[in-house]
Design a protein around this ligand. Structure first.
Ligand SMILES: [Zn+2]
Length: 174
């Protein structure tokens, strides 16, 4: 009986492990094997950052260009590279900067046009808002929850048409 329970516990344990295995959702592609996007040839860290095979990419071991797409599938014991957050830099007028800073404005808007299509068509974690272009212009770091398309709120500066809505999260640093 005890043995059966232990067996069931073990089965459950490994099922949970499988569920939370980092990199599990990454399928093999032309560029890399399954389970990660790359593995650092210097330190052996795996990466689930899709950009790790880019030229000049820096690993947590402080060496560049070490990531290779050919590797044995990571296991629960594997060590991982933690990518630095991706930051989108945007400039704001003082009015909007202050409103976001005070927590009264939770969205920022950008026009749907080729410039923004291109810039916003990638994954960012954080927005660095800057008010003005002076060297010592005020800055704040704000979490980016998601980017979607739609109609914004006019009190928050949205034009009356479809725009990119940048949903803001916590203010991280100002
Ligand atoms: Zn490394």
């Amino acid at each position: 009986m005890t043995e059966q329970i232990q067996e069931a516990d073990r089965a459950r344990g490994s099922a949970v492990e499988r569920l939370v295995m980092r990199g599990d959702g990454i399928a093999r592609s032309h560029w890399h094997d399954a389970g990660a996007y790359g593995r650092c040839s210097y330190c052996g860290r795996y990466s689930d950052d899709i950009d790790c095979l880019d030229d000049g990419y820096l690993c947590n071991c402080d060496r560049r260009n070490g990531f290779c797409g050919s590797f044995k599938k990571p296991t629960v014991d594997s060590i991982w590279h933690d990518r630095p957050p991706k930051i989108l830099h945007l400039n704001l007028k003082k009015k909007w900067f202050d409103m976001i800073f005070s927590g009264r404005k939770k969205e920022e808007y950008r026009e749907v046009k080729p410039y923004w299509d291109k810039r916003l068509n990638r994954k960012y974690d954080i927005i660095c808002f800057r008010n003005g272009y002076a060297k010592d212009a005020p800055e704040m770091l704000v979490e980016l929850e998601r980017i979607q398309c739609g109609l914004g709120i006019s009190e928050w500066g949205a034009p009356q048409k479809q725009v990119y809505i940048l949903r803001l999260g916590k203010i991280l640093d100002a």
